[in-house]
Design a protein around this ligand. Structure first.
Ligand SMILES: Nc1nc2c(c(=O)[nH]1)N[C@H]1C(S)=C(S)[C@@H](COP(=O)(O)OP(=O)(O)OC[C@H]3O[C@@H](n4cnc5c(=O)[nH]c(N)nc54)[C@H](O)[C@@H]3O)O[C@H]1N2
Ligand SMILES: Nc1nc2c(c(=O)[nH]1)N[C@H]1C(S)=C(S)[C@@H](COP(=O)(O)OP(=O)(O)OC[C@H]3O[C@@H](n4cnc5c(=O)[nH]c(N)nc54)[C@H](O)[C@@H]3O)O[C@H]1N2
Ligand SMILES: [Mo]
Length: 759
């Protein structure tokens, strides 16, 4: 374990490099290097190959020999594992027993092989036929009020599956279609849409080839979208400057050795990624952005007075924006003292950052969960947009705002209708095409679904992938309420905790993974997904399925729909299952602008771009312009500071994909062997009277009187700003109140959770 001078731990290597290769070997041993696995990996993220099941970063038209990263390889190998979780396994272990297992050990059992039904008499899962499962689930759904059922999607399933899933929900009679996006970039879908009229980022791949500066807020590229390090490295090499705001010094944003480059690997020569790294306080981004805007406006005043020259883009502001005057009034009225206190950064540091901005013709703003998972996350996004608008940095080549999405098709699921917000879906067209009246009232998002599960109003839950119970806040209350539901159905590849917290009637339906051959009546099928930069890619699995008893996600959704809905000749569930090209025709008919000639274009190298109005400076906002917005406060934290109260950041390690824990090595942060840790800086340790290695508990300090606690955490000195703590997601989710979420979008505020330490 490497140490800084002050005793804080860190990783002394670079991101990428040999460490990333060792990372794969450590998790998969020799299993990873079999010819079949290597063959599969060599087709990852390439035209004609399959699209990675890990992150949503874009897949270039000219891929590397191995267009994958350490974590993409782990995700693929995780699906390719030779281990199987069979009916015999379930016969040996009761559900109650399995509830005591770690998340890691549950998924270690390997791929699910048979459809299973929960048998309450024995407390075991028992095998059943697909026919039996569909019929029973259909009968349950038919007996319920459709408004009391929730159809969740986790962001991985293809556009084809997602389209059918949303259609199934609407014909059945609800818009209760929450998505993992509700815990993730919903803040973007709502916050960015409000100010620039686009719910997704405006950048395309070539923007990263021509930008002069990138401002990075709360996105951990090295662990969560490592392939993005390649364009970043290339950008730095041609002189682009990267300025990072993150409470944690994430290794990937510091330095990178490209594992695909033999010279770099042998020489150990790393590229320094960020030229400035600002350890902003958790929730301090609004203040940091206002500080930088303040310096830009000061310079505008100075240089205009001295040289009659503008540093802000006055023409763009006049022609394309609203709200500028109110915004600058707010900026001028905000003192540097307040900015320093709320951001935890000095005026000098913020001026240094703003100088990079002023020196750059073309600037991109990148962000991730560090902005979205806060109570005032939408306002942080608004402020990032304010900052970019000042110099016309949206809607020009080499500029833009670029949220980095999570799951490999999470953005696409929203594009093709998985949404609880009816106004985002062309319901009239759907009504017309299929001859039914779709529900028009707003459906339940994740937080609202949880509220109604707690109150008993939601009686059925279907999960298209994911591990909902583990991913949401308020773990204890939610787990208790979950078992009161009448019906729970989980469509999954591997066993996880959500499968063990089941309703009265419960089914576990195992599906094909994306790497596997999907053979249907008309032959092998391909599927499609949309990446973070709005490009659509075809994907073909070629591996032999993990078990002959698996069905594809399309077949499962269609099977459930057929068993539930009255016959309607326009809903061709069987034909669609036989030929996914017909589903793509349906998508093209409902979304012609984005998906015309879908079948012909799906294998375009690099994907086909579905377009973005804001990129063209067409603003689909209420005002018809891009809106400057005035934040209502400088901190994005939802409860005021108090003595002994800390802001807990729930983090992902380099050895996990969301709730899937690959192993216990967070190599890039130097944390090894355990995830039960509390990260805290040495000054705060001293103030709190803690010593390294001591076991402590975190308790909720949200002021609502509810007792929430996570114990057994080992104190580790770590370079964090004062007042901030670090812990892992999902272990710390029990500490997040359900009501603690972004004000505009209800995205749980997992990055600024109010807690106290109990020694
Ligand atoms: N290997 C791997 N890849 C993944 C995932 C995974 O779990 N593992 N998950 C996928 C999913 S679904 C998603 S959404 C993405 C998530 O990818 P990211 O958006 O990177 O999400 P996180 O790792 O949760 O946290 C992001 C960063 O925000 C920083 N941060 C915390 N609070 C603040 C703050 O107040 N301000 C600022 N500026 N920064 C802050 C944290 O230190 C961290 O570096 O990754 C996707 N890719
Ligand atoms: N505290 C805290 N909480 C968070 C976050 C945080 O940063 N902090 N992040 C939030 C975010 S960004 C997200 S996206 C959510 C994630 O929430 P989810 O998307 O619900 O969770 P995952 O862990 O991605 O789901 C993993 C499971 O998906 C199943 N699976 C894997 N591949 C497939 C497949 O191809 N098909 C099907 N049907 N199933 C499959 C496997 O059974 C696996 O166990 O968590 C959120 N919760
Ligand atoms: Mo996510």
């Amino acid at each position: 374990m490497a140490r800084h001078e002050d005793g804080t731990i860190h990783y002394s290597g670079s991101t990428g490099g040999w460490g990333s290769v060792r990372g794969i070997v450590e998790v998969f041993g020799r299993e990873w290097a079999t010819p079949a696995a290597l063959e599969t990996l060599s087709r990852q993220n390439k035209p004609g190959g399959f699209m990675c099941v890990s992150c949503a970063w874009t897949k270039p038209a000219d891929p590397h020999t191995f267009e994958f990263c350490e974590n993409g390889a782990k995700a693929t190998l995780w699906e390719l594992t030779t281990r199987r979780c069979t009916p015999e396994f379930f016969a040996q272990h009761s559900v109650t027993e399995l509830k005591g297992w770690r998340d890691y050990d549950l998924e270690q059992q390997g791929r699910l092989t048979h459809p299973m039904r929960y048998d309450p008499a024995t407390d075991h899962y028992v095998p059943c036929s697909w026919e039996e499962a569909f019929t029973a689930i259909g009968a349950e759904l038919k007996a319920l009020d459709p408004g009391s059922a929730v159809f969740y999607a986790s962001g991985r399933a293809s556009l084809e599956t997602s389209y059918l899933y949303a259609l199934f929900g609407r014909v059945y009679g609800h818009n209760n279609l929450p998505d993992s996006s509700n815990m993730c970039h919903e803040t973007t879908s709502v916050g960015l849409k409000k100010v620039i009229g686009s719910p997704v980022g405006t950048c395309v791949h070539s923007d990263f080839d021509s930008c002069d500066a990138i401002f990075f807020f709360g996105q951990n590229t090295g662990s969560n979208s490592p392939r993005f390090l390649h364009p970043l490295q290339e950008a730095v090499k041609r002189g682009c400057r990267i300025v990072t705001f993150n409470p944690v010094r994430e290794k990937g944003l510091e330095s990178f050795i490209n594992p695909q480059n033999p010279l770099e690997m042998l020489s150990g020569h790393a590229t320094q990624i960020s030229c400035q790294y600002h350890q902003v306080k958790a929730g301090g981004d609004i203040a940091a952005l206002i500080g930088m805007c303040k310096h830009v406006l000061d310079e505008e005043d100075k240089r205009f007075a001295a040289e009659r020259r503008h540093v802000i883009d006055v023409d763009f502001i006049a022609q394309h924006t609203t709200g500028f005057d109110e915004f600058i009034e707010k900026v001028r009225a905000t003192s540097w003292d307040e900015i320093e206190a709320e951001s935890g950064l000095t005026r000098a540091a913020l001026i240094e950052a703003a100088e990079v901005y002023l020196g750059a013709e073309r600037v991109i703003g990148v962000y991730g969960m560090g902005l979205t998972q806060h109570v005032h996350g939408s306002q942080s996004i608004g402020c990032l947009v304010n900052f970019l608008l000042l110099r016309g940095n949206i809607g020009r080549e080499g500029t833009g705002v670029s949220p980095v999405r999570g799951h490999s098709n999470v953005q696409g699921q929203r594009t093709v209708g998985i949404s609880e917000k009816p106004e985002l879906v062309p319901l009239d067209w759907i009504a017309d095409r299929y001859g039914f009246e779709p529900p028009r009232e707003e459906g339940l998002n994740t937080v609202k679904a949880c509220e109604k599960i707690l109150s008993g109003e939601v009686k059925a839950f279907i999960g298209l992938g994911g591990n909902f119970v583990r991913a949401i806040p308020e773990r204890e209350q939610m787990e208790a309420a979950w078992t009161k539901m009448r019906l729970t159905v989980q469509i999954a590849t591997k066993l996880n905790r959500s499968h063990l917290i089941n309703g009265e009637v419960a089914y576990l339906l195992p599906c094909l993974g994306r790497t596997e051959e999907d053979e249907q009546a008309t032959g092998p099928q391909a599927v499609t997904m949309e990446d973070s930069l709005s490009c659509i890619h075809g994907s073909i699995g070629r591996r032999t399925p993990a078990s002959p008893d698996l069905l594809s996600e399309v077949a499962i959704v269609a099977g459930l729909a057929q068993a539930t809905l009255p016959p309607n000749p326009r809903l061709k569930w069987a034909e669609w299952t036989a030929d996914y090209g017909l589903i793509r025709d349906e998508i093209a008919a409902i979304y012609p602008e984005e998906f015309h000639d879908f079948n012909a274009r799906m294998f375009t190298p690099g994907g086909f771009y579905r377009g973005n109005s804001a990129r063209e400076r067409v603003w689909k906002t209420k005002s018809g312009k891009a809106d400057f917005t005035v934040p209502t406060q400088l901190s994005s934290i939802g409860v005021p500071d108090a003595p002994g109260r800390y802001r807990l950041i729930t983090m992902r390690s380099n050895d996990q994909f969301n709730t899937t824990i690959y192993g216990y090595s967070d190599r890039l942060r130097g944390i090894e062997g355990t995830r039960d840790v509390l990260l805290i800086n040495p000054r705060e340790m001293e103030r709190a009277g803690l010593h390294e290695g001591q076991r402590v508990a975190l308790v909720s300090d949200a002021g609502d009187g509810v007792h929430r606690r996570v114990g057994g955490l080992k104190v580790l000195p770590f370079a964090l700003p004062d007042g901030c703590l670090g812990g892992y997601y999902p272990e710390c989710n029990a500490l997040i109140p359900l009501w603690y979420h972004d004000q505009a979008s209800k995205t749980p505020a997992a990055k600024g959770v109010p807690v106290r330490i109990e020694a």
